[in-house]
Design a protein around this ligand. Structure first.
Ligand SMILES: [Zn+2]
Length: 306
């Protein structure tokens, strides 16, 4: 009797623990992952790099997944996702922004069991991304951390000291994460939120404002985000000039003649700034996507995609 009671307690505890665990548990052992890697056709002769390339709309893109410092936490299925993400997310970003500062088309993504950060972009030619080997082990499908880093790669860096707000460099990378998210946001929207007006109350750091501005002004002959991007790459004017720069960025759009702060107020009071961008799982759409279809809208209407 006692034994039965104890067993039922153990089972109840196991049930509670399993309820607390994430739904997708990464159960592969390091040895399994290393054995699976050895069988891959895209593994190079050194046994430390996965190399692929594809030509998309006449442009050749190459990806090297560098596993020199990989300890076996990220698994082979996740490498497939990383490759797919690269060939889905990077080409449209490259076509829209990449020519301006000759962004690279051959990218290295190093999966490394070192470094505290989730991921970072760096390297001599600004073509190298680091992702922490244990990040995707702990956050199984947070693949779009890499889309953010690809946003840094395609920009090649802004003139950070001369920006209107120093956060613009990160805001741009996060804008790219949201718009170019892998598989139309299937993984991004369950793992990451596009902050709403309560989370980002001011214009200096608002990613969603940039997304909204793009949607509101996209047209066949105007791409305000591309023009904003060029200004941030080249900015060489005093801080007080930004007011006028925004005025010229807004020229030819529905906000022609308004100041950027007046446009911010329109955003702040809109429904768009309030909708939830969080999806409950990868098969659901967020309220923001259901109500505005913003990703497809921008891809359809921004002239750089056409
Ligand atoms: Zn960043």
């Amino acid at each position: 009797m006692r034994k039965v009671k104890l067993l039922s307690k153990v089972l109840a505890l196991a049930f509670v623990l399993s309820a607390l665990m994430p739904l997708e548990v990464h159960a592969d052992s390091i040895a399994d992952n290393k054995a699976a890697l050895a069988k891959r056709p895209d593994l190079d002769e050194t046994g430390t790099k996965l190399k692929t390339s594809r030509t998309i709309d006449g442009i050749k893109y190459s990806l090297t997944i560098d596993l020199t410092k990989w300890s076996g936490y990220t698994n082979v299925e996740q490498f497939d996702h990383i490759e797919e993400l690269f060939y889905q997310a990077y080409p449209p970003m490259y076509v829209r922004f990449g020519d301006y500062k000759s962004a690279p088309t051959d990218i290295i993504i190093a999966v490394e069991d070192e470094g505290y950060e989730v991921a970072s972009a760096y390297g001599g030619g600004m073509n190298r991304i680091h992702i922490y080997d244990k990040w995707l082990d702990m956050h199984y499908d947070d693949f779009d951390a890499l889309t953010h880093e690809l946003g840094h790669i395609v920009s090649g860096g802004f003139q950070t000291k001369k920006l209107e707000f120093s956060k613009y460099e990160e805001v741009f990378a996060e804008y790219c994460r949201y718009i170019y998210a892998y598989k139309d946001g299937r993984y991004n929207d369950k793992n990451w939120e596009l902050p709403d007006i309560y989370a980002q109350k001011t214009r200096d750091k608002s990613i969603r404002f940039l997304v909204w501005l793009d949607m509101e002004t996209s047209s066949s002959n105007r791409d305000i985000i591309r023009d904003f991007f060029e200004v941030c790459c080249d900015v060489d004017f005093p801080q007080e000039e930004w007011v006028n720069v925004w005025k010229s960025l807004l020229k030819g759009t529905k906000f022609d003649g308004k100041t950027i702060d007046e446009v911010w107020k329109i955003y702040r009071d809109s429904d768009f700034s309030h909708y939830s961008s969080k999806a409950s799982d990868k098969d659901s759409k967020s309220e923001l996507i259901r109500k505005t279809d913003v990703r497809n809208f921008i891809k359809k209407n921004s002239y750089r995609f056409n």
